[in-house]
Design a protein around this ligand. Structure first.
Ligand code: NAD
Length: 508
């Protein structure tokens, strides 16, 4: 099946892909493993320093041509890319499922997200508006122009191996930039296929090769890309640990960084909440993608008057969750990405118990018949009565939901905002006052705030990103495109006498 997928996407002869189905790690070759079975999918040849240099030089060369292509023409190219992605949505989605273990609808949903942002980018290509300002001087005009920025460096996390690049690449492309993409070594095949499909479309239209891919280790390729002065913007999606390193390195060379880092997202359930909406939203938010979304619901804050009821309903819903092969349509939850992730899950559960937490459901690694992969049981852990549970302050990339109870909304908001990350947040309530309070300047301190919706599953139309240790970046819709361009303030004088601003006189 895997070989057929590669063939249909026309990447079976990509020189990077070696030893399909039978790969072992060796010098210069990483192995992409199917987390559902623990078996190798293929080996992937990694770039050397020289390879990287050539790739970055190609991206720079392509940028010098692409920046002069009119933006609406760039938009037409992105429209053709969206059409081609539609044709390959099923295959690319299945590859995402094979490589990172997402269930099929989520794998395809990810490709849909890239298609959506491409559609958005097509419209944007005719709307890269600049402002005009009245000048304080007669016969002067001031305006802002938005110019292409340069080749972008894009680092992506394993858990969104297609869409995160899509957000950056589709917007970057209409903005006139080229892209050097360094994907996670846990999902190189999705990157090869995605990049190839999009690059082919541009080649067919006679455009320069703006989509460049570099696959390699962080020390050979990743750090070189981060330090590369040819790349004025590094857009980095991944852990807070990575963001701290990358942010400092890019700042040291006075480059620009767009950081999309970890989350520790909470959902508040008020006493008047409609539980028929809240319960499925909590379950999807906490166990979807096996807890491996940056927006996964990790902390549940429930009003003490309904805590018992909410917990009962959740435990019973968790018992219905079906683990299994992500490509089986009956499966709700696939595996974690690796054995290391399973160990991280076990460590967090053990620590939570040491700290007084009580496992209400799950808590252990799971076996799925016929599959040897990295499965764990979706887990709910109730915090001790003191609400003191230090492990819940960290992001463990696994399906663990910590449950806390609170007395009033002030207390809930204080608990909500007490973590170092600030990505996504949600409240379930029928009260206008509580909803407004939650989304006010005194409410959630996160980049994303939902009312009567769960924490995960953002649409592309809004700007996506978070505050505090989540890094402050914004991608996707709204005016996030401005990060991918350089702003020029242009002043034009059309009179016959020089006038200085602020009334300064300099007569000779
Ligand atoms: P990671 O930080 O291990 O790796 C992310 C990417 O950065 C990879 O491509 C990796 O190779 C690269 N990288 C790591 N260290 C680097 C260095 N020193 N120099 C250059 N490149 C380096 O993250 P992961 O395990 O792949 O993904 C999970 C994390 O990503 C979670 O914390 C999750 O919350 C976060 N995430 C955030 C968002 C968001 O939009 N905020 C989206 C998806 C994932």
């Amino acid at each position: 099946m895997f070989a057929d997928l590669l063939r249909r996407m026309q990447v079976q002869d990509d020189p990077r892909i070696v030893a399909v189905g039978d790969a072992v790690e060796s010098d210069g070759v990483c192995v992409s493993t199917n987390p559902t079975t623990g078996q190798p999918l293929a080996g992937v040849r990694m770039d050397s320093v020289e390879d990287y240099e050539q790739t970055a030089a190609r991206a720079h060369e392509a940028f010098l041509q692409w920046r002069s292509v009119p933006a609406p023409v760039r938009g037409q190219a992105v429209r053709a890319i969206a059409d081609e992605l539609r044709r390959h949505k099923e295959d690319l989605g299945a590859l995402v499922s094979l490589e990172v273990g997402k269930i099929r609808s989520e794998g395809e949903g990810e490709v849909q997200e890239t298609i959506d942002i491409a559609d958005f980018a097509v419209g944007l290509s005719r709307q890269l508006y600049g402002l005009t300002m009245p000048s304080e001087r007669a016969e002067h005009r001031i305006e802002e122009r938005w110019h292409p920025l340069g080749p972008l460096g894009v680092l992506t996390a394993f858990n969104f191996p297609n869409a995160v690049w899509g957000w950056n690449a589709m917007i970057g492309a209409v903005c006139g930039d080229s892209i050097v993409w360094k994907p996670s070594l846990m999902a190189p095949l999705t990157a090869i296929a995605t990049n190839a499909i999009c690059a082919r479309v541009l080649e067919g239209l006679g455009h320069p090769p703006i989509f460049q891919l570099t696959i390699g280790t962080d020390d050979v390729v990743g750090e070189r890309l981060v330090d590369d002065r040819r790349l004025p913007l590094i857009s980095a999606t991944g852990s807070c640990r990575m963001g701290r390193i990358v942010g400092q390195k890019v700042a040291a060379r006075l480059g620009r960084c767009l950081l999309e880092l970890g989350g520790n997202n909470a959902l508040i359930v008020e006493p008047d909440a409609d539980l028929s909406l809240a319960i499925p939203s909590i379950v999807f938010g906490a166990v979807g993608t096996c807890g491996q979304r940056c927006t996964t619901t990790r902390r549940l804050l429930v009003h003490e008057s309904i805590a018992h009821d909410v917990i009962d309903r959740l435990v019973s819903a968790y018992r219905q969750v079906r683990l299994g092969d992500p490509l089986d349509p009956d499966t709700h939850v696939g595996p974690l990405i690796s054995e290391r992730a399973v160990e991280g899950f076990e460590r967090a559960v053990a620590l939570a118990q040491e700290q007084g937490g009580e496992v209400l459901v799950g808590g252990e690694r799971a076996q799925v018949e016929g599959l040897g992969g990295h499965f764990v049981q979706p887990t709910i852990i109730r915090a001790p009565a003191s609400n003191d549970l230090p492990i819940a302050m960290e992001e463990t990339f696994a399906p663990i939901l910590y449950v806390f109870s609170y007395r009033d909304l002030d207390e809930a908001l204080a608990m909500h905002n007490s973590v170092s990350q600030g990505l996504s947040s949600a409240i379930f309530t029928r009260s206008l006052l509580a909803a407004e309070r939650f989304t006010s300047e005194r409410g959630s301190d996160c980049g994303l705030a939902y009312v009567n919706l769960g924490t995960s599953g953002a649409e592309i139309g809004g700007a996506f990103g978070g505050e505090k240790d989540t890094g402050g970046g914004r991608e996707s819709g709204s005016d996030a495109w401005k990060a991918y361009m350089r702003r020029q303030t242009v002043s034009i004088h059309f009179g016959s006498t020089i006038q200085l601003a602020q009334g300064i006189r300099f007569d000779q």
